[in-house]
Design a protein around this ligand. Structure first.
Ligand SMILES: C[S@@+](CC[C@H](N)C(=O)[O-])C[C@H]1O[C@@H](n2cnc3c(N)ncnc32)[C@H](O)[C@@H]1O
Length: 273
């Protein structure tokens, strides 16, 4: 995250409405800087699961690339829809949904830069209230979109289940829960436990009036597994990407130093019954 100059970082409760409002504003204000800083690493049409750089080309967590052709796919918290563009290039029919208008403007900018490819359909909405009919999609995915930011992740999971067809796969990545016990720093100071892993109090940045301007929510690994089950999914796999030697880049608190010692990303591979 990029802490805004006048914001104070605290740990305090933040409910669904406050979290959604704060994060929509934060991503609208910071989308330009975010895409400037990370757009090169993400690429306009790559599918990257997290700062380690694990790509869907290598991981095939949604299934073999050949099986994606003709499939309706929902990308939740899509940002500039890079993953959706990768899916479209493999013959899938993606829809990219995001809370932030400014992030979706970047998606439109990238589409316009490549007029040979059809533009990705974009939808601005909160992942906790998906504006789609039941059973609209074969697959759903999210690379760090929405789930780290919502107060009630089970609501999002139930919504994703509702819009998936039976047997549909749902794969999402989030900050690895272990990280919450450590300072969010890429250097050696990020290697010493500074708080309880079991403290679920949200991380909130707030303005001078105490209004949240950015919120992240912590769930332990066990909480995430229980959320998946409560959302109506079977958990097929939990992938913890290791830091590869080729990746020398830092991304906020993610770095080669920490990546060698600690997991930074957790990817949940789920299936709707
Ligand atoms: C870290 S970005 C992930 C997007 C993309 N995969 C990437 O790596 O840049 C997180 C995205 O989640 C979106 N987001 C946050 N809360 C959301 C919510 N409640 N519903 C939908 N999108 C949300 C943000 O607007 C942002 O674009």
């Amino acid at each position: 995250m990029i802490q805004e100059d006048d914001a104070e970082a605290v740990r305090r409760e933040a409910g669904p409405a406050e979290s959604s409002r704060a994060n929509r504003g934060w991503w609208d204000r910071n989308a330009d800087d975010y895409q400037e800083e990370h757009g090169g690493f993400l690429g306009d049409d790559r599918f990257v699961w997290g700062p380690e750089g694990l790509s869907e080309d290598e991981a095939a967590l949604l299934g073999p690339a050949a099986s994606l052709r003709g499939r309706d796919v929902l990308e939740v918290g899509a940002g500039a829809a890079q993953c959706s563009r990768w899916l479209a290039a493999r013959g899938a029919r993606p829809v990219a949904l995001d809370l932030s208008h400014r992030q979706l403007r970047h998606a439109r900018r990238m589409d316009l830069a490549n007029p040979a490819a059809p533009p990705v359909p974009l939808v601005q909405a909160d992942a906790a209230a998906l504006p789609f009919r039941d059973g609209s999609f074969d697959l759903a995915c999210s690379a760090f979109g929405a789930l780290p930011f919502v107060a009630e992740p089970v609501r999002v999971l139930r919504e994703v289940r509702r819009v998936l067809r039976p047997g549909g796969r749902w794969v999402f990545s989030v900050t690895h829960p272990f990280r919450w016990a450590f300072p969010d720093e890429p250097g050696p100071e990020g290697l010493t436990v500074s708080g309880s892993y079991f403290d679920r109090t949200p991380y909130v940045e707030q303005d001078a009036e105490g209004r949240a301007v950015y919120v992240e929510h912590h769930r332990t690994l066990g909480d995430r597994v229980r959320d998946v089950v409560a959302g109506g999914f079977r958990l097929l796999d939990l992938v913890e990407p290791e830091w590869p030697a080729w990746n020398t880049q830092e991304w906020g608190g993610w770095s080669p130093l920490r990546g060698e010692l600690l997991p930074g990303t957790a990817i949940f591979v789920c299936e709707r019954d």
